[in-house]
Design a protein around this ligand. Structure first.
Ligand code: E4P
Length: 217
């Protein structure tokens, strides 16, 4: 499963890149607003830093303007993925981009029926929002399982990009559900490695090693 960073903060991306675990980046209008930067500039900078797919979201709600915005975003760099909302116009735009070989990420997916439509529209990725479904009283990770089954039964190639992941258990649930990718904020990314027994075990090993007076180098 690919791991993407869900941020438009270049400093955060630079901080996480040395882990070698950042396979791509996703942004959305709220994250761009939080960055306080111009969308074209920040997406260009992220694309230069990370080789993998970088999602940049169109904000128009009508098909024609969405396509114009998507064209402009896709022209920034070859690894831009045009992010589109799960609306009829968004799906129509996804089909138009698929037909001309531009990658898309159909976002704001909250049901298997919506995911079916995204796949039929030729979306490269579909983004089911796990955490927001949990907030709504559902079990978000169950949607990932349903979409996996649906896509496998019908041979759809659209990749499942688990989104709105708030903690490590969401990420492991996404992996166990067979998601192709997961996008997570830096805090959740960093939390993946944490276990108190790892810290305690390392402390004990180092303390015992210190007593030997040895040096490996
Ligand atoms: C990513 O593509 C989504 O926009 C993002 O994961 C949403 O996360 P949130 O529900 O925490 O805002």
């Amino acid at each position: 499963m690919k791991l993407f960073l869900d941020t438009a903060d270049v400093a955060v991306i630079k901080d996480m890149l040395p882990t070698g675990m950042v396979d791509g980046v996703t942004t959305n209008p709220s994250l761009i607003a939080k960055s306080g930067r111009n969308i074209a500039e920040v997406i260009a900078e992220i694309c230069a830093l990370v080789e993998g797919p970088i999602s940049a979201e169109a904000v128009a709600t009508d098909f024609e303007t969405m396509v114009k915005e998507g064209d402009k975003l896709a022209a920034i760099a070859p690894n831009v993925v045009v992010k589109l909302p799960l609306t009829w116009d968004g799906l129509r735009a996804a089909r138009a981009f698929a037909d001309k070989g531009v990658q898309t990420n159909v976002t704001l997916c909250f049901s298997a029926a919506q995911a079916l439509l995204a796949a039929k529209a030729g979306a490269t990725y579909v983004s089911p929002f796990v955490g927001r479904l949990d907030d709504h009283g559902a079990v978000g990770s169950e949607l990932l399982e349903e979409i996996r089954a649906l896509y496998d039964i019908h041979g759809f190639e659209t990749q499942i990009l688990a989104a709105s992941l708030r903690h490590p258990a969401h990420v492991t649930a996404a992996a166990l559900a067979g998601s192709d990718a997961a996008t997570l904020p830096a805090d959740t990314f960093k939390a993946l490695i944490k276990h108190p027994l790892t810290d305690r075990g390392l402390d004990a090993f180092l303390a015992d090693w210190g007593k030997t007076g040895q040096s490996i180098l």
